[in-house]
Ligand binder design. Structure first.
Ligand code: NAD
Length: 484
């Protein structure tokens, strides 16, 4: 019998009150792995009340003691990297090595947050006026929530949970309803081995009713969101109306620029991985490649060769380098973009639409695709496709290429391949993107640096992880003291 997932509230697994169940499917085989309930605002309230009740004792727990839970969590995770990677691959489709990296990047946030006794220190200054001292202290605020997307099932929730609880807040997670199994297992591990006080972390499965329940709940003080820009903007607005702190990370359309003097072989290998890794379903994935001057022809030819060498298949199988896309709906959306590109007159020089994988007739397969002669006004040049599709554009100069990239409404990431330091400097300085790569195709900041884009890719002011996580999860209080 297919199991139905439960919510984790106040230290126990509880049935959702939602009556609608969605199938969680393996995108390579179509096998139904579980059913996930669409929980209700009532379930959200139950989780928030549990988190609220746990807050006073948890905030009074010394930071060094809270840090010890994170050391322990890191050890628990370390022994289960393969297990979590296998679950991630089964529900998301990415290859096992991609899943291991996905979880590894998440665990690095647990490691970073374990430094909370020093990360959370304030500042002080003696004699701000005669005999008067001033200090800032950082204090936890209450119940925080995170709402996460399908594309990094272990990592994205771990951008938030470790910092929220390290700083003394309590936490509610709403994982993506498309990939709830990885977080189910992570919360089982927390439940069985970590010994956290009940209510410090909670999990509510579901979709938009849970999101809206969180964003309008008066006892939630702050919300982290990661997903598409339309929903990010909705979350940002709704949280603003109810006076919450919010960081909402949105969608992307990442440009990769290549100058003629770039190192050919390694640049193209790296940019091909950026475009086709995780089947193009990374928020940092390269999407539009701008070949500058004579770079255009060799970039096209080498990218074509690299794309043809991609091995499509079930991500759990050895030798496979690209898995399926996450769902039949995602496949339909990507196919409709490809159709649109053809209609708009772009030249489809590699067509992955008919791709099949032997033994997996029910997988959501799309092979690597490449469009050339893409013009900036085309829909495929402007909108997020979120699949294995490269759009090639020409520019005559670096200036023109930067201008093309800066026309995008998005500003998540951008990369330049070059051997020229002046060009690299010019690009980093002028490009309108929050995360910039120079000879790096996936410019993903490590846990100890902030993560987030600009323009339509980010709504808010305090970015995720790194030192900014401590800013997001604490209130700074100023204490001015004079002793008579
Ligand atoms: P999505 O926006 O469909 O879903 C994200 C979350 O929002 C999920 O938990 C979902 O349940 C919820 N949701 C969906 N529709 C909603 C609605 N109408 N009202 C309220 N809540 C809703 O995104 P996705 O398809 O899961 O993930 C892919 C998107 O996430 C891409 O756009 C990608 O670029 C983006 N992403 C961005 C970053 C970043 O750092 N900027 C990182 C990862 C993914």
């Amino acid at each position: 019998m297919t199991r139905t997932l439960e919510n984790y509230i106040g230290g126990s697994w509880v049935r959702s009150s939602g009556t609608t169940l969605l199938d969680v499917k393996n995108p390579a085989t179509g096998e139904v792995l579980a059913q996930v309930p669409l929980s209700t605002a009532g379930d959200v309230d139950q989780a928030v009340q549990a988190a609220k009740a746990a807050f006073p004792a948890w905030r009074a727990t010394p930071p060094a003691v809270r840090a010890r839970y994170l050391f322990k969590l890191r050890e628990i995770f370390d022994g289960r990297r393969d297990e979590i990677a296998a679950i991630c691959t089964s529900e998301h489709g990415k290859t096992l090595s991609e899943s291991r990296n996905d979880f590894g990047r998440g665990v690095e946030n647990v490691e970073h947050a374990a430094g909370i006794p020093t990360l959370m220190m304030g500042q002080n200054l003696e004699d701000v006026s005669g005999g008067i001292d001033c200090q800032t202290v950082r204090q936890p605020m209450g119940v925080f929530a995170a709402i996460t997307p399908f594309n990094f099932p272990p990592m994205v929730p771990l951008w938030f949970l470790p910092y929220a609880i390290a700083t003394g807040n309590t936490f509610v997670l709403k994982p993506s309803e498309q990939v709830p199994l990885t977080q189910r297992r992570i919360f089982e591990l927390i439940h069985e081995h970590l010994g956290l006080p009940p209510g410090v972390v909670n999990l509510v499965n579901g979709g938009k009713d849970v999101v809206n329940g969180i964003c309008t709940h008066r006892d939630v003080v702050g919300v982290s969101f990661v997903g598409s820009s339309a929903v990010a903007q909705h979350v940002y607005k709704t949280c603003g109306e109810t006076g919450k702190r919010v960081q909402a990370l949105g969608g992307a359309k990442n440009f990769i620029l290549v100058t003629p003097d770039a190192e050919r072989e390694r640049s193209v290998a790296n940019l091909s991985e950026s475009i086709y890794g995780c089947s193009g379903q990374r928020c940092l994935a390269g999407s539009v490649v701008v070949g500058i001057g004579e770079a255009y022809d060799w970039v096209r030819d080498s990218l074509l060769a690299a794309a043809k060498a991609v091995v499509l298949g079930d991500g759990s199988k050895p030798g496979v380098t690209m898995g399926p896309v996450v769902s039949a709906a995602a496949k339909d959306r990507i196919l409709s973009y490809i159709e649109k590109g053809v209609q708009e007159g772009a030249k489809l020089i590699l067509d992955g639409r008919g791709a099949t994988v032997e033994g997996c007739p029910d997988g959501n397969w799309i092979g690597p695709c490449i469009f050339e002669d893409v013009r900036p006004e085309m829909v495929i040049a402007k909108e997020e496709i979120f699949g294995p599709v490269a759009c090639l554009m020409r520019a005559q100069s670096l200036d023109e290429a930067i201008e093309l990239a800066n026309r995008s409404p998005y500003g998540n990431a951008a990369s330049l391949y070059t051997s020229n330091g002046k060009h690299a400097r010019e690009f980093s300085h002028r490009i309108e993107a929050g995360m910039v790569g120079v000879n790096i195709g996936v410019a993903a900041p490590m846990a100890f640096f902030p993560f987030g884009g600009q323009k339509a890719s980010f709504f808010g002011d305090i970015k995720a992880h790194g030192p900014t996580a401590i800013d997001f999860y604490t209130e700074r209080k100023i204490v001015i003291t004079r002793w008579f």
